[in-house]
Design a protein around this ligand. Structure first.
Ligand SMILES: [Zn+2]
Ligand SMILES: [Zn+2]
Length: 262
């Protein structure tokens, strides 16, 4: 049993074969998927993500404004998200939110304010958060310390690719660390070292599909069934079988979100 903790299967990359993609995941033993609605919050993408989750068993959704789209976050976006959370029990997290200083698609001060505002809103809604952090480690930890610490709510550092220091501090703040296909890449020795050091009870696996296909699927569109390659890699690092790593990470996911996946 495996859980894909972060996927974007509501996106148009999957419009041609979405039901087949979901079926392939089920057949491969992926029992649950957390789809993450991103994009312009005024365009209907978030509503679409909720609809997808409502129509499939064990498909959940997170909603939030990605740091790339931080400049689009406003009162109307906030209202939309809060209404969707109230409408659907399938919305189980707020995110992804955070800071991306690699692409800088939105100005950094705008990213910071959208991130801190969403942390506060998630806290008010008692929802776990999904954090996207790239090349902004110091600022990410600072904001988590000022806006999230003491909330007693968990969160996910998704598609983790940062330092051991960031991972350790995030775990100290109650975060789970989710690894993607990056961990299977040849040059990812540093990241594998981080994964080897993390407490087992805080590990999660994800695809972040359609991006970041793990070895041996690199160059192809990624999909939830491939999360097993991430489990395999993590299992080798920790000296357990891939099935055991699937159980560990699925158990962590169920505990984090209070879900019964048995
Ligand atoms: Zn992300
Ligand atoms: Zn994502």
């Amino acid at each position: 049993m495996f859980v894909d903790s972060h996927a974007h299967i509501d996106g148009q990359e999957f419009d041609v074969d979405r039901p087949a993609v979901i079926q392939r995941a089920r057949d491969a033993g992926v029992s649950a998927i957390l789809n993450v609605g991103t994009g312009d919050p005024h365009s209907g993408v978030l509503e679409r993500a909720v609809e997808l989750a409502e129509n499939h068993d064990r498909l959940y959704t997170a909603l939030g404004v990605h740091p790339h789209d931080a400049r689009l976050f406003d009162d109307e976006a906030e209202r939309r998200i809060i209404n969707l959370i109230k409408q659907s029990s399938r919305v189980i997290a707020w995110g992804e939110m955070g800071l991306d200083y690699h692409y800088d698609n939105s100005p950094r001060d705008v990213q910071m304010s959208a991130f801190s505002r969403q942390l506060r809103l998630a806290r008010e809604a008692s929802l776990p958060v999904i954090i996207h952090s790239r090349e902004a480690e110091t600022e990410t930890i600072e904001l988590l310390r000022s806006e999230w610490q003491g909330s007693n709510l968990p969160g996910i550092m998704h598609c983790f690719s940062g330092s051991l220091d960031l991972a350790t501090q995030a775990v100290g703040l109650g975060m789970f660390i989710s690894f993607s296909g990056i961990i299977t890449f040849k040059k990812a020795d540093d990241l594998r070292h981080v994964a080897a050091e993390m407490p087992l009870e805080r590990l999660l696996i994800e695809t972040d599909c359609p991006y970041l296909s793990p070895v041996p699927y690199r160059g192809k569109r990624n999909e939830p069934a491939y999360v097993i390659e991430v489990a395999k890699c993590l299992a080798d690092l920790r000296g357990v079988s891939k099935e055991e790593m699937g159980q560990i990470t699925s158990g962590n996911f169920a505990r984090l979100f209070n879900l019964d996946l048995s």
